[in-house]
Design a protein around this ligand. Sequence first.
Ligand SMILES: NC(=O)c1ccc[n+]([C@@H]2O[C@H](COP(=O)([O-])OP(=O)(O)OC[C@H]3O[C@@H](n4cnc5c(N)ncnc54)[C@H](OP(=O)(O)O)[C@@H]3O)[C@@H](O)[C@H]2O)c1
Length: 273
Amino acid sequence: MTNDPVRVYYDADADRGRLAGRRFAIIGYGSQGHAHALNLRDGGASVIVGLRQGGGSWQRAEAAGLDVRPVAAAAAAADVIMMLTPDQDGRAVYESGVAQGLAPGKTLMFAHGFNIHYGEIAPPAGVDVSMVAPKSPGHLVRSEYEAGRGVPGLVAVHQDASGQALANALAYASGIGCTRAGVIETIESGAPLYGPARYIRPTAWNGWLPGPAARPPSPARTAPCSSRPVTCHGSPMRSAPYSPTPRSPSGCAGPPRTAAAPCRTRTTLWPPP
Ligand SMILES: NC(=O)c1ccc[n+]([C@@H]2O[C@H](COP(=O)([O-])OP(=O)(O)OC[C@H]3O[C@@H](n4cnc5c(N)ncnc54)[C@H](OP(=O)(O)O)[C@@H]3O)[C@@H](O)[C@H]2O)c1
């Protein structure tokens, strides 16, 4: 570990113009998928939702007025493909539908580092690979956006074929509202797509993120962080319907965070700008 300062990006750091002219395939329409798709769509971006036919969420996405297609068709038609299916299914979804839709110049995105960090998915060269991971369940990603605010998130770049991967990822983060609250760049070497827990601890869930959209924490925001054991190294916090948190093949490598060792210690990692 290093003592590098934490880098936080806000709206002013993101060029939303990068969303224009690009088509986004949101693969999955569950907790995160519905929020990303609707937030991007409401912001004017071109969005396709990629799902399996006959699945439960197909009708929900269509009812929301979205363009819904099978995963392979959505991936093939998009410039940016965001993987928002359960992590344990990510490899199967990628291999059966997404991989053939990738081509140099496209971007593959994740909201969790699991599949890249553990080598479940190995994207081809020529493709940008990045992560925008809201530190929030999807219903809050959506409701905060609708309220004119946003939830904080993590951003990381695994593969920068274009030289623009970070800027494009920040534009995406802006499109779903995360730069309203602040987006932390994950910089831990060896785990570029995995949010390092030491950087995640002092985030806005304890009300510490400064910025125009910051507001006092509500019990709903603090409870998952301070009263519930969080046992896996930086895995996104969840308090609503969600897919099971995947574990590393050897189990959790990170130290458990418990109520006895709560994550509410304001540290020098977080000087307000
Ligand atoms: N939930 C959170 O709080 C949270 C927070 C931050 C990051 N993340 C990350 O966001 C990503 C998505 O998590 P999530 O909780 O949003 O997932 P989720 O709600 O469990 O995703 C369900 C969606 O995935 C679709 N799906 C499942 N298997 C599929 C398959 N084989 N082919 C096509 N579609 C399939 C489902 O479609 P059907 O209706 O057909 O089943 C449904 O639309 C994960 O990487 C997760 O780690 C989650």
